[in-house]
Design a protein around this ligand. Sequence first.
Ligand code: UTP
Length: 407
Amino acid sequence: MNYEEAYGKLEKYGQLHVLKYYEELPEEKKEALLEQIAELDFGVLQYCKENTTNQKGKIAPLAAMQMPEIEKHRKEYTEVGIEEIRKGRIGAVLLAGGMGTRLGSECPKGMFDIGITRPVYIFQRIIENMLDVVRQAGAWVHLFIMTSDKNHDMTVKFFEEKDYFGYSKDYVSFFIQDVVPASDYDGKVYMEEKWKVSTSPNGNGGWFSSMNKCGLLDIVRNGDIEWLNVFAVDNVLQRIADPCFIGATVANGCVAGAKVVKKNSPDERVGALCLEDGRPSIVEYYELTDEMKEAKNADGSPAYDFGVILNYIFKTQELEEIMDRQLPLHVVEKQIPYMDGEGKYVEPETPNGYKYETLVLDMIHQVDNCLAYEVDRNREFAPIKNATGIDSVETARELCKKNGIEL
Ligand code: UTP
């Protein structure tokens, strides 16, 4: 992109201040800035005043396939799932591009060591769980790992150093998620340097389009991977490429599946799988009205009782079809490092603007149907969000011990 084109693009979005220092920049910095302007989507900034996630349709309950029913069919579903894995039709996508701000570690979250008497890294737990399935099926599951520009190098180096925790390197591919500009409260982008716009990772909803941009869909298409199991980095107990879950989704003719757990209480901070205008959707815990919290099914059980744990399976064909649709934008207040009027770099201690994210949970509303598949939270849900307290290293360690995992 040349200067005139960059000027035109910025003018369209009211961001001409980005070029304030252009004339004084050395040649290579000029080029870097023009390249960044060409790549960035400034269109998101128009939403700084109107979070596009606020418009929900008519919400109704969506029945989950519960554990007793799954047990009845476990053998049959598992066989179906194992067959899919053996045929190479299953891929797994680890979402590891987050900042892990709440945990407060400098390193990528997956490098966090939850061990007590020996090192047990979060990434290691994930790989160990995947290796169980690889052994059971006698076939590898291709693992795609999404990082961000902020943690990519450290993540790749860590996997190399640890020899992929025993996983076959040939079946692991890394890709970097896209970034979007970060702005002040009026939607004006911050500058990080005179030649660089402040950016932040675009949330976990962009994983499939980022895979596409990075050329990884060739592996999916050429390898006939028909299903992708996408999951969060921080749940150290979750089963990945779980044959029974895959089999249940396939056998029930669904195009997507979501692992869910029975909520601890109506106020637990997990999104509930539901129907929105007749399509699957997720209603966030803060969107649940009192009426919804009290609503009951015919058998008297709570109607919005099953929470998602960020472990979904999608048919890739479906993902190709919805890839270009704009997901709702979540506008999140954040501390954004920036360059002040005197050209000094500032790292604010309190929020000073917005980052713009799309979320994987909003993809569920784009697909025609989704199997809500219950898992036992004591065996499969040990998220690490915080250093202490709820969903923390302590709670995850407790659950690991209960499941016989040596720490
Ligand atoms: P969280 O919402 O828990 O965010 O991400 P986080 O960044 O890890 O942690 P906090 O909120 O800063 O404390 C849920 C999952 O989505 C991934 C995370 O790595 C995690 O697996 N994620 C999140 C991305 O891959 N990219 C993003 O931009 C955001």
